[in-house]
Design a protein around this ligand. Sequence first.
Ligand SMILES: NC(=O)c1ccc[n+]([C@@H]2O[C@H](COP(=O)([O-])OP(=O)(O)OC[C@H]3O[C@@H](n4cnc5c(N)ncnc54)[C@H](O)[C@@H]3O)[C@@H](O)[C@H]2O)c1
Length: 352
Amino acid sequence: MSKKKIGIIGAGSISDMHLQAYAKNNEAELYAICDLNQQRAEEKAKQYQIPNVYTNYHDLLANPEVEAVSICTWNNTHAEISIAALRAGKHVLVEKPLCRTVEEAIAMQDAVRETGKTLQVGFVRRYDANAQLVKHFIDKEELGEIYYAKATCIRRLGNPGGWFADVERSGGGPLIDLGVHIIDLCWYMMGRPKPVSVSGNTYHKLGNRANIKNLSFYQAADYDPNTNGVEDLANALIRFENGASLLIDVSFTLHAKKDEIAVKLYGDKGGVEIEPELTMITEKYDTILNVAPQTDSKSINVTEAFCNEVNHFVSCVQSGETPISPVEDGLNIMKILCGIYESAAKGQEVQL
Ligand SMILES: NC(=O)c1ccc[n+]([C@@H]2O[C@H](COP(=O)([O-])OP(=O)(O)OC[C@H]3O[C@@H](n4cnc5c(N)ncnc54)[C@H](O)[C@@H]3O)[C@@H](O)[C@H]2O)c1
């Protein structure tokens, strides 16, 4: 089969993970790149020997040689660019979150169905080797019925600022940026049950804490200490039709002792901690066992997970198979995220 010609739209931080992964994939060829910032696009083009450089994504999509695109732009452009790409006959790998609103997500799903093209959502945590190992154990009924999950992603100091802190471009703060990953991972492992209600809280108490000295943190390219419109903490309880529930909390900043990541699932036959360190919990001969699977990495290997995600995308484009993170899943996660923001604004539980 011929190599698939790939276009990258958005040449910022995360594009490197996509670029590296495509560069290693023998079935793909990096063919075009686009960024509003011409210098950024040209630098990446030079680094990865990409022959076609654009500053307007419509021009990239008009190139008939481009067969598939990775969309690595701000969240407010995911829906618009994905729909235009699908209608131009391209397959799409779009970064998380799928978009900003349920309405945008439905329009994206409609475009996938109308064009018959592939759209894969960049839920990269699903593609980590440990996550796939856990999924295999769950599919083999090792945990039994999963009725509870709990996930945390706490940054004590880590509001990246720039577009991340601009609600118009991001759609929200740590909930839509970090919460999307851990909610999706739990939901996927729980067997994608139908969400029925959410109760959430968001807090704007600490701001971006640009005043903090002696502790560095990641800042977006257009960081401005005076601009921040997003929550600094969110928590939520999500109920599912099958009676299962998911409890999460996420922050860009919090008076916490240290950063924390945890993803834990509990079934009636066993439990699993995917983060911070892969562990399975079971019972045998009236004894509780904490089992440590022997894998290359105890927690997510981000670079490898992106390679797996991109390899899966290229393979789905070649075969026409539906990706393991299709647009329908992106829509369900948007319903949960938007439901949490709505619940927090209303101060009450909302039905989905
Ligand atoms: N999967 C992950 O773990 C992960 C991690 C970080 C970021 N992301 C996602 O990746 C996306 C990009 O994040 P980032 O950290 O790379 O941001 P970034 O600001 O570093 O890069 C975004 C780039 O997109 C460009 N851009 C914006 N609108 C554009 C348009 N209409 N046409 C062309 N270029 C455009 C900007 O100029 C910028 O260079 C976001 O959706 C973010 O949520 C995912």
